[in-house]
Design a protein around this ligand. Structure first.
Ligand code: PLP
Length: 429
C-alpha cells in the first residue's frame, strides 16, 4: 500500500498560501478526488514523490517531456547556458537557431515568434488573425482548449449553440460575443456559422487532434472542410498544435494528417520542459506583427536564453532521431491493443481513442467524437480507474478530459507493468 502522508501535509500547507494549493487547477485532483502527489524529482519515464513512491509517467508534464524527464542533453544545454546569465531582454543567436530549426521541421510556415506559454501563443495568434483580416469574430469548438485567454473561455449559450457565453466569471459578455462556438467534427455547423456571419469571421482556431476532452480524432474530411471554408470566406485557419506540435510527427498534425493551416501555435514540446510557446505563419501574415506591422505583441522574457536552449536541445534530438516517432507510436499502440482484451473480458463499456502517442480511455459505449460524447463517460469508473493505477505506481492524467502523452523513456517492461496494474484495477471497477 502506498503512503501519501508527506504529500498530504505539503498540500495542506500549500493551500494556505496558494489558491487550492496549486498553480494550475487540474493538478489539484478535483476531478478524481483525493490528494495530489507532490514530487521531489523525475528522471526518464519515472516520477518520484515526497513519500518515496515511484510512478511510471503517462502525462509527461502534459506533453513537453516527449523524450522523458531530465534528458542529459537538454539538462546540459540548460546548465551551460545558465552560467552565462538567465535573461537579457536583448536578442541572442539562440533565438534565430531555434526559429530556423522549428521552421525547417514543420510544413509551410515561414516565420515564428516565441512567447512564454501556449496561452500567449493562441491569444497572440488570434489578435494577429484579426489584425490581418480586419474582422472581429472567431470560431472555436466546444471542448477544445486554447489556454485561458478571455476569448477562449466561452461555452455554448443556453439558446443557439453558436452564441457563446462566458464559462468563467470575469470574462465579459462583450468578449463572448466575438467567439462563435461549434461542435467538434460538425462541418455543417461551421458552414452555417460562416453563412450567418458574412465577412465577419477572422479565424477558425482548432486543435487538429483534440487533446483536452480526452483524445479526439478529427473525422475524415473535417480538417479539409475547415481548410476549404476558410479559403472560401477569407478567414485564417489556425491549428493549435500546442499539444500535437513536434509530437504527432516532427511537423505535427499538419504533417501527420496532411492538412495545411495558415497559422500554427506551439507550446509544450517546443520548450523542452521550460516555459515556451510560439506562433508561426507565412510571412505575409507575420508582417502584420510589431515591430514590422501594426499588431502589437511583446514579452519581457520571450525568447529567454534558458528556455530557448532547452527547446533547441530537445528539437535537435527529435530532428536527429526521427525514429522516436515510430518508437512512440509502437509503444502506444501496444498499450492500446493490450488493453482491449482486458476491457473486453471485464465486460465494461469503453472507448479508446488514439493517434500516435496521444491516447485516452473513456467508460462509455458510444463513440467519443466531441465534447458532448466525451462528457457521457462514467466518471465514477474513471475515478476508481485513476486511483487504482496510481496506487500501483502508474500516473495517468487526473481527469477523463485529458489525453495520455507517452514519453520515449518508457520501456517494454514499464508497459508490461502498466498492463498488469490495469488488469488488477479493472477487477475493482
Ligand atoms: C496546453 C494547451 C494550451 C495552453 O498552453 P499553456 O502553456 O498551458 O498556456 C493551449 N492549447 C492547447 C491545445 C493546449 O493543450
Amino acid at each position: 500500500m502506498m503512503q501519501y502522508q508527506r504529500s498530504s501535509a505539503l498540500f495542506n500547507e500549500a493551500k494556505k498560501v496558494i489558491p487550492g494549493g496549486v498553480n494550475s487547477p487540474v493538478r489539484a485532483f478535483k476531478a478524481v478526488g483525493g490528494t495530489p502527489i507532490f514530487l521531489t524529482h523525475a528522471k526518464g519515464a519515472y516520477l518520484y514523490d515526497e513519500d518515496g513512491n515511484r510512478y511510471i509517467d503517462y502525462i509527461a508534464s502534459w506533453g513537453p517531456m516527449i523524450l522523458g524527464h531530465a534528458h542529459p542533453k537538454v539538462i546540459d544545454a540548460i546548465k551551460s547556458r545558465a552560467d552565462k546569465g538567465t535573461s537579457y531582454g536583448i536578442p541572442t543567436e539562440l533565438e534565430t537557431q531555434i526559429a530556423h530549426l522549428a521552421l525547417s521541421m514543420v510544413p509551410n510556415m515561414e516565420q515564428i515568434r516565441f512567447v512564454n506559454s501556449g496561452t500567449e501563443a493562441c491569444m497572440s495568434a488570434v489578435r494577429l488573425a484579426r489584425g490581418f483580416t480586419g474582422r472581429d469574430k472567431i470560431i472555436k469548438f466546444a471542448g477544445c482548449y486554447h489556454g485561458h485567454a478571455d476569448a477562449f473561455l466561452i461555452q455554448a449559450g443556453s439558446g443557439a449553440v453558436t452564441f457563446g457565453s462566458p464559462n468563467s466569471p470575469g470574462v465579459t459578455a462583450g468578449t463572448a460575443q466575438d467567439t462563435l462556438l461549434a461542435r467538434y467534427n460538425d462541418l455543417d455547423q461551421v458552414t452555417d456559422i460562416f453563412e450567418a456571419n458574412p465577412e465577419q469571421i477572422a479565424a477558425i482556431i482548432v486543435e487538429p487532434v483534440a487533446g483536452n476532452m480526452g483524445c479526439i480524432l478529427p473525422d475524415e474530411g473535417f480538417l479539409e472542410g475547415l481548410r476549404s471554408l476558410c479559403d472560401l470566406h477569407g478567414a485564417v485557419l489556425i491549428f493549435d498544435e500546442v499539444m500535437t506540435g513536434f509530437r504527432l510527427a516532427a511537423g505535427g498534425a499538419q504533417e501527420r494528417l496532411g492538412v495545411r493551416a495558415d497559422m500554427v501555435t506551439y507550446g509544450k514540446v517546443i520548450g523542452g520542459g521550460l516555459p515556451v510557446g510560439a506562433f508561426a505563419a507565412r510571412k505575409e501574415i507575420m508582417d502584420f506583427l510589431a515591430p514590422v506591422g501594426p499588431v502589437y505583441q511583446a514579452g519581457t522574457l520571450s525568447g529567454n536564453p534558458l528556455a530557448m536552449s532547452a527547446g533547441l536541445a530537445q528539437l535537435q534530438l527529435l530532428q536527429q532521431h526521427p525514429q522516436v516517432y515510430t518508437s512512440l507510436d509502437k509503444k502506444t499502440e501496444y498499450l492500446h491493443q493490450e488493453m482491449i482484451p482486458l476491457l473486453d473480458r471485464k465486460g465494461i463499456a469503453y472507448q479508446i481513442n488514439r493517434l500516435g502517442s496521444m491516447m485516452s480511455a473513456h467508460f462509455t459505449d458510444s463513440p467519443v467524437v466531441d465534447f458532448a460524447s466525451a462528457a457521457k463517460g462514467n466518471n465514477e469508473s474513471f475515478k476508481k480507474y485513476f486511483h487504482g493505477m496510481l496506487a500501483q505506481g502508474v500516473y495517468l492524467p487526473p481527469s477523463a478530459f485529458e489525453s495520455y502523452f507517452l514519453n520515449d523513456a518508457i520501456t517494454q517492461k514499464d508497459l508490461e507493468q502498466t498492463l498488469e496494474a490495469f488488469s488488477k484495477t479493472l477487477t475493482r471497477l
